[in-house]
Ligand binder design. Structure first.
Ligand code: 9D3
Length: 247
């Protein structure tokens, strides 16, 4: 899969080529990642990429032409079909399901805005979709692009090891994770739960499922409402709730 990012700060994006999951996927030829700077597609002396908003008000707006020409250049390097996504606070909130769908295209072009955003005609005429990474304010689309690239790369075949990949379609999907412990067994008065030292793997699995259900019930009831529980899971969650209510 190839990612192309339209950005005034290409170095922010190139960092993904050097680190972690995305760095390894790049080294192994599973992803390609390039950045395209609209400033390189200007023709005036000052290489102007922004201008004042019609109607007045504070801040600047990214001009149509440098964005359009950078996008055209990014499209030309690939033969297959590209999907163009503008990252903005007004976009559709990304979910794991949305990102899983995006894995199907061979080229994903991500447009990172700066200042107050881009001329709306660029969104209408040149972009297929508009995505947000959540209801908080960041200063530009680059960090959002890195989030999207990281999350999609993890879903591509061959990127994660077998064990991590198996987790994708685990029955714990849609629940928060259970708590994890490693050595030492005791820190101050805090002990690793006995069951994890027991060596009884069906007990351990039941305990972990119960913790995952309980934490989801406590912290993310919205997730639990969407999930169909098995009879066993209902029983474990009821045990968890009863124990919380006793304490
Ligand atoms: C302070 C300016 N805001 C006035 C109401 C509007 C605004 C414009 C541009 C707020 C943030 C930004 C820059 N944000 C992004 O480019 C962005 C973003 C985000 O801020 N939140 C969640 N997802 C995304 S994706 C891109």
């Amino acid at each position: 899969m190839r990612f192309d990012v339209i950005t005034l700060f290409p170095e922010m994006i190139q960092s993904a080529n050097g680190y972690g999951v995305t760095g390894r996927a790049k080294d192994r030829g599973i992803i390609e990642l390039s950045a395209w700077n609209p400033r390189d597609y200007t023709s005036d002396k000052h290489r102007t990429v922004d201008d004042r908003p019609y109607g007045g008000g504070p801040g600047m707006v990214l001009k149509y032409q440098p964005l359009h020409d950078a996008l055209t250049a990014a499209k030309q390097v690939s033969s297959g079909s590209a999907r163009v996504v503008y990252l903005s606070p007004q976009g559709k909130p990304i979910t794991q399901a949305l990102l899983a769908e995006a894995c199907e295209v061979s080229q994903l072009i991500l447009v990172a805005g700066r200042y107050e955003g881009v001329d709306e005609r660029f969104v209408d005429l040149d972009c297929d979709e508009e995505w947000s990474i959540g209801d908080y304010v960041i200063s530009g689309g680059e960090l959002a692009a890195l989030v999207v690239i990281d999350a999609i790369t993890r879903l591509l075949p061959g990127v994660l090891g077998d064990e991590e990949s198996a987790q994708h379609d685990s029955y714990m999907n849609g629940l928060l994770d259970f708590p994890h412990f490693t050595r030492p067994e005791r820190i101050s008065a805090s002990q690793v739960p006995d069951v994890l030292l027991s060596g009884n793997h069906s007990d351990i699995n039941r305990w972990r499922m119960k913790q995952a259900l309980g934490r989801t019930w406590q912290r993310r009831p919205d997730l639990l409402k969407k999930k169909e529980l098995t009879l066993e899971q209902e029983k474990l969650l009821n045990e968890f709730i009863r124990q919380v209510e006793l304490n």
